[in-house]
Design a protein around this ligand. Structure first.
Ligand SMILES: [Zn+2]
Length: 464
């Protein structure tokens, strides 16, 4: 039984039906935060961390909910996103930090996220998703009965992909304008950043940022935020509002752009891990998700998944035993094998569920100082269909020796000074940017290729 408790919404002053008390909300944030950090890793950059914390605390103090403690973090993910979880936790990815073109754009998004917390949107949303028993792993379509085999971070990931209602988003946009104006930034810049998000989405088809997810008409939102910005600037008699373009660009000079190969990367459907020095093939057509904790692969219809993780235990037998216990599996058969010269243990194990039997094939592979577990999971009925696919990946796990893969470096955003007044397109080419990446770089700069750039202006390029 769930007992609803009413609490007063800090923004509207009205009584809301919120299933969580503030204490529960804080506890949920404290529980989710380490999972989110484990899933993505922190992006280690003291200057950026100091900046987001300083602006974040300043804004939290003038928000409608200044009584709780706020925590601001940059996650090591190339995805362009920012999000808030209950209890005062706000996250920016390095991907979104690379795409802001000034402090004011950052401040608008910061205000939007603090707005979700202040108005207790995430609390409301989380209540709904608890009721709906939603627990899918990010970006993957997985049959519900298989979801438990996603790693422990799945709950944290569930939080990331919460969808807020359109009214919530509208309210957060308003609060973003209000808060960023109150700490001295020009909120018109926030509207401009929506255009960057929209172009990015069109360009790559990448997962929809939370800001846009429930907004069918970003153009309308753009106009609304511009109007709100003007209103708040009048209301607060704000003058000399800051944009902070050069200071922001200099701060992010050198930020990693796109995938960081050291965390593992995929090329031609092969996963390479340069630090742990192994590689294996991904089944054709399967989706995948890389994180510091696991590499997860899913058949497009969600009928089967495969996870590579570090196995618990000190020996292959110990790893197998701990895995059986951990997932409440019953061993069907197991045998010692070698995988490209590495000692390994192959095991088939079942789990009885109300809906039927889940069957797994796991290879525990001793390699370097670690034991890796590659577990393929499907129903007992489908197991024969997927057996060859599973073992195709598992038996092709091998040492990575190709130096070009081991030494692959990430790209970084580099800030350059325009030498002569010209177009953005010409300026980018003068810094050696290839023609097939000019549009991508225009988006990164929040400009059009035929926009004029002045002598002495700072622009972004990408380079190792
Ligand atoms: Zn939002």
């Amino acid at each position: 039984m769930l007992f609803n408790s009413c609490s007063t919404n800090p923004v509207t002053g009205k009584k809301d039906v919120i299933l969580m008390s503030e204490g529960q909300e804080l506890a949920m944030g404290q529980q989710a935060d380490p999972q989110i950090v484990a899933q993505f890793g922190m992006y280690d950059n003291p200057a950026i961390q100091r900046f987001i914390d300083e602006k974040g605390q300043k804004m939290a103090a003038i928000s409608h909910r200044s009584n709780i403690k706020y925590d601001f973090k940059v996650l090591d993910s190339p995805v362009i996103n920012a999000f808030a979880v209950p209890g005062g936790y706000v996250y920016f990815t390095r991907g979104i930090m690379a795409h802001f073109n000034n402090e004011a754009q950052f401040a608008g998004v910061l205000g939007h996220e603090i707005g979700h917390i202040a108005a207790r949107h995430s609390a409301q949303q989380q209540s709904k998703s608890i009721l709906a028993q939603v627990g899918l792993i990010a970006g993957m379509v997985i049959a519900p009965e298989l979801a438990q085999f996603g790693d422990l971070a799945s709950q944290g990931l569930g939080l990331l992909f919460l969808k807020f209602g359109r009214d919530d988003e509208r309210e957060s946009d308003q609060l973003g304008v209000e808060y960023s104006t109150k700490i001295g930034y020009d909120a018109n810049q926030m509207a401009d950043f929506f255009l960057t998000l929209q172009r990015k989405q069109e360009e790559s088809g990448q997962s929809i940022p939370e800001f846009l997810s429930t907004h069918p008409d970003p153009g309308n939102r753009y106009t609304t935020v511009h109007q709100l910005a003007e209103q708040w600037q009048k209301k607060t008699n704000a003058t000399n509002l800051e944009v902070g373009r050069n200071s922001y660009l200099r701060m992010i000079d050198g930020i990693v752009y796109g995938e960081d190969p050291k965390q593992g990367f995929v090329e031609n459907q092969i996963f390479y891990h340069p630090e742990l020095k192994f590689q294996f093939p991904i089944p054709q057509g399967w989706k995948y998700l890389n994180s510091p904790q696991a590499f997860q692969m899913a058949e497009p219809n969600g009928k089967a998944i495969m996870n590579l993780t570090l196995a618990p235990g000190t020996s292959l037998e110990d790893a197998a035993r701990k895995t059986l216990e951990g997932y409440k599996l019953t061993a069907v058969e197991s045998k010692n094998v070698t995988v490209n010269g590495n000692n390994a243990l192959a095991m088939v194990a079942d789990q009885q569920q109300e809906q039927g039997t889940i069957r797994t094939l796991t290879y525990f592979i001793q390699y370097g100082n670690n034991i890796y577990s590659v577990m393929g999971i499907t129903t007992a009925n489908d197991f024969n269909n997927y057996f060859n696919t599973f073992s195709g990946t598992m038996t092709n796990f091998k040492a990575l020796t190709d130096q070009s893969k081991i030494n692959k470096k990430p790209e970084r955003v580099r800030i350059k000074t325009v030498a002569n007044a010209t177009t953005l397109s010409q300026a980018l080419q003068s810094f050696g940017m290839p023609s097939n990446r000019l549009e991508e770089l225009a988006v990164l700069n929040g400009m059009q290729l035929n926009d004029r750039v002045d002598k002495g202006m700072l622009i972004k390029v990408v380079a190792e």
